[in-house]
Design a protein around this ligand. Sequence first.
Ligand code: ZN
Length: 309
Amino acid sequence: MPTLYYHHSAGLNHLTAPGHPERPDRLRAIAQGLAHEKFDSLVRHEAPMADLDVVALCHSNEYIDELRHIAPKEGMIYLDGDTSMSPGTLEAALRATGGAIAAVDAVMTNTKTNAFVGTRPPGHHAESSKPMGFCFFDSVAVAARYAQRKYGIQRAAIVDFDVHHGNGSQEIFWADPSVMYASTHQMPLFPGTGSTQERGEDDTIVNAPLHAGNGSREFREAFNLAILPRLEAFAPELIVISAGFDAHWRDPLGGLELREEDYTWVTRKLMEIADTSAQGRIVSVLEGGYDLEGLRDSVAVHVAALMNN
Ligand code: ZN
């Protein structure tokens, strides 16, 4: 099965303040991990910029226009305490979403293909009209809805194993039973959403919160008991992964204790379901992961699993 990898150097030009965890070096760490010869067969593409009307599938035009309007020509502006724009931010964000869109096109038009989109900034905290938590455009949400509009996908699933809850994806699909959103995340933790009682209007939101100190056992139990059976029953025709690696034991922002083998495990489990109902179609999009070594090694095992390596 060919695995595609979308990336772009424009992601290095989204600058954040010194000491900010969501920094350009994250992409350098990923590139280093994927430079190993075992990734030689990875099909590498530069991520294109998303069209604004595609971004508008999940974000209001007012919001998109406002981001374009306030984007600085120099220096940095803060949209909230930890979300800032530099002159390179808008292009980086559009390429992050554009990479996810290109990946959808690729998996929908080629048989037995999956993809990893290794771009920044991340997206799952961005709501339809609000930037938040280092995020501007919710790339996984736009990708899922784009697959529905362009390819007639009836049921898409977003699976989010970032240590933080994807409040943006949940908000966007709260009342849309055609997109399941399923998440493991640490609670309590930013952004504060993600309790098991938050189920969406049609019971297609599946939250499986974990607690500080939880590790492999609790993570796999949450997937085995809460998420995988629901996902299997939903029978998605496309699985989009919010692939955050900040639940890794080394991560400075999260308090979970995942190991690389947990990322291999969950990737394989999602591939099994994708093989059953989605012809193997998976689009995995980078979210968090702030320890460079943990990020590098976790992305490497995740992509290796996607490649069946
Ligand atoms: Zn995160």
